[in-house]
Design a protein around this ligand. Structure first.
Ligand code: NAD
Length: 322
């Protein structure tokens, strides 16, 4: 079994601990909070507990490190773990600057280590279904994709809506489109905390001509977790608020009947929902990381996807502030 050490045992970290405890040998638990260390030590008596990340990564028996600390610490901790020769799973985003993420990817490549960012939605069976629909050509040429990630709360003070919410949709949009954007524009405003945008609208354009949009906000009456893909032949929606109908496919499309001299009409057919497995995305994500550790990082696809996301976030931030 792979030996795992985890830093960050807070709100999200506890979900990772639960999974890695079942799937691997949880050897180390690390957190800055004495209360959390006590709590987790009692629950996991076989693990060693520390507040010192350097002590954890110095353990020669430790193979992999999981990082679920606050975003501003990710780059430094991931770098330290890679330099110590450990495979790294790091919550999203692994760095706050494209150049820092490039450095992490290079380090992982040079040492033959896994660097996997926690882009949870990429392991969601509903998102996998969307990807299958796009890649098989079932939707026809994809024209545009847009994401809605809105709610009232959780109001954050250290990360804006783009970095906190947008990273999820961005990872999926880039995964579906398979291109780096040629244009990235963001507008928004910080209504509650100076410098922390609560409402952000983003526009992306890709070299193929596809376009995308994201509405990200924690000041909204609707709780929405939705992605819409508009193809030439069909349209598909992934709605994570739905319990059963996670993906809906609409046989709706523009239609140019022969002999009408370029006149466009629309065609409306069936609407259906394919069965989507109910596997926990986090479980699938943790299993994927352990598989990479066992089999090797291959072409570092996960790390490179992470780099594309951080680069796009960087450009959107520049546009937002510019
Ligand atoms: N994938 C998802 O859907 C998802 C959801 C929520 C949060 N997250 C990510 O998880 C990460 C943690 O978020 P959270 O909401 O759990 O935060 P949190 O504040 O609840 O927990 C962070 C923990 O890290 C500890 N910590 C801080 N610096 C440390 C250090 N240098 N060494 C060891 N421990 C340290 C803190 O004491 C705290 O217990 C963030 O990167 C966030 O983006 C991901």
């Amino acid at each position: 079994m792979t030996t795992v050490g985890q830093a960050g045992l807070g709100y999200w970290g506890k979900n990772l601990v639960r999974n890695f405890d079942e799937l691997a040998e949880l050897r180390w638990l690390c957190d800055a909070s004495p209360e959390l260390r006590d709590q987790f030590a009692a629950r996991h008596p076989a693990a060693r507990v520390t507040d010192d990340f350097a002590e954890m990564v110095a353990d020669p028996e430790l193979e992999a490190v999981v990082i679920a600390t606050p975003v501003p610490t990710h780059y430094t901790l991931a770098k330290q773990a890679l330099e110590a020769g450990k495979h790294v799973f790091v919550e999203k985003p692994p760095a706050m600057k494209g150049a820092q993420m490039e450095e992490l990817v290079e380090l992982a490549r040079a040492r033959g280590l896994v660097l996997m960012p926690g882009h949870l939605l990429l392991y969601h069976p509903g998102v996998r279904k969307l990807k299958e629909l796009v890649d098989s050509g079932d939707l026809g040429d994809v024209l545009c994709v847009y994401g809605n990630r809105q709610n009232l709360g959780k109001i954050r003070k250290d990360e804006n809506a783009l970095w906190s919410l947008g990273v999820h949709d961005l990872s999926v949009i880039l995964y579906l489109v398979g291109e780096e954007p040629s244009e990235a524009v963001a507008h928004g405003n910080a209504f509650l905390t100076e410098g922390v945008e609560d409402v952000v609208f983003c526009y992306l354009r890709f070299p193929s001509g596809k376009i995308a949009h994201m509405h990200l906000s924690w000041l909204d009456p609707h709780k929405m977790r939705k992605l819409t893909v508009v193809g030439r032949e069909k349209m598909a929606v992934f709605d994570d608020m739905e319990l059963e109908r996670k993906v809906t496919i609409y046989e709706k499309a523009p239609w140019e009947p022969a002999g009408t001299y370029g006149e466009w009409r629309t065609r409306t057919g069936d609407i259906f929902s394919p069965k989507i497995p109910t596997d926990e995305p986090l479980r699938l994500e943790c299993e994927h990381f352990l598989r990479l550790v066992a089999d090797g990082p291959g072409d570092h696809a996960e790390a490179l996807d992470g780099l594309t996301v951080v680069r796009a976030l960087d450009r959107l931030t520049e546009s937002l502030r510019g």
